[in-house]
Design a protein around this ligand. Sequence first.
Ligand SMILES: Nc1ncnc2c1ncn2[C@@H]1O[C@H](COP(=O)(O)OP(=O)(O)O)[C@@H](O)[C@H]1O
Ligand SMILES: [Mg+2]
Length: 316
Amino acid sequence: MRFVIETADLTKKYGPLVAVDKLDLKVKTDTIHGFLGPNGAGKTTTIKMLIGLLKPDGGSVSVLGQELGWDKPDVRSRIGYMPELPKLPKHLKGRELIDIYGRMYGVTKEERKKQIPKLLDMVGLKERGIDLIITYSKGMKQRLGIAQALLNEPELVILDEPSLGLDPVGMVEVREIMHEIAKEGVTVFLSSHLLHEVEQVCTHVTIINKGVELASGTLKQISAKVKGPVTIEAEVDKLSKAVIKKVEKLSFVTGVSKDGKKLLVEVKTRDDVRSQISQAITAGGGIVISMDSKGKSLEDVFMDLLVKHKRKKRSQ
Ligand SMILES: Nc1ncnc2c1ncn2[C@@H]1O[C@H](COP(=O)(O)OP(=O)(O)O)[C@@H](O)[C@H]1O
Ligand SMILES: [Mg+2]
């Protein structure tokens, strides 16, 4: 199976609003695929159609090689799903909740006994499974939601904004869990409005806005779509004219400017040229303190695509 998720012309309308507009989404096996878009882009609506919670108005959905229909519960049992901001019953203990979900999924008692401690450990709740959910932080609740989505040992796990409302520490924890899940050979499909998150965790990304797909591919392919030069920012001690001259001489450099202790180097290549720049700085008598590449981030592509999409809509 090449694609675990494949939609064609998938469409959903809420009255006059087209929330998902002829979406052709393709998610490859064994990837961490980010579904990126601002609030209201149509991510949750798409996900609900993927798992059969919402009926499309047009197009088709195939998940794990099967067309998803209301009469196909077997496919759904191979998918793990965490809804956006999962509402968990507060009066239950974490462990109890997972157990209840397990029974609902038809996981045997023996399997639950084996699986639950393993899952709680994986999401960092080993010690807290016996506590009431009401005592959990947002991050812990989110992680419990992820554990719940993994209980039926799915081949594909779909997480709707797993980092929503989390602080930076919580986000890092969730990110680590996603890597863990992928390591076990599970394909991860996650929606997010956070570029940074997608950039950190995903191998592939599909960008969506107002129900329309703007771009899809590997992170590298998407990043390569950025227009404009890449700037390398170097903090340099002993930054002199000699340093600037040496850097200017590099064949791929199109411009050099100074901003206090910082040297801003514009380059026309997308290769990693930091070591060459560093050598030139040293040759000019400077000392490199830090170096950072600006302009290659997903944020640039994202903003670029959104602005273009807005312009196109306006001119239609
Ligand atoms: N049940 C609903 N009824 C009417 N409009 C809805 C409903 N759910 C979502 N929408 C609208 O559909 C669009 C897409 O929403 P959603 O799929 O939740 O986006 P996202 O998850 O990317 O934030 C938004 O404009 C939203 O207001
Ligand atoms: Mg959403």
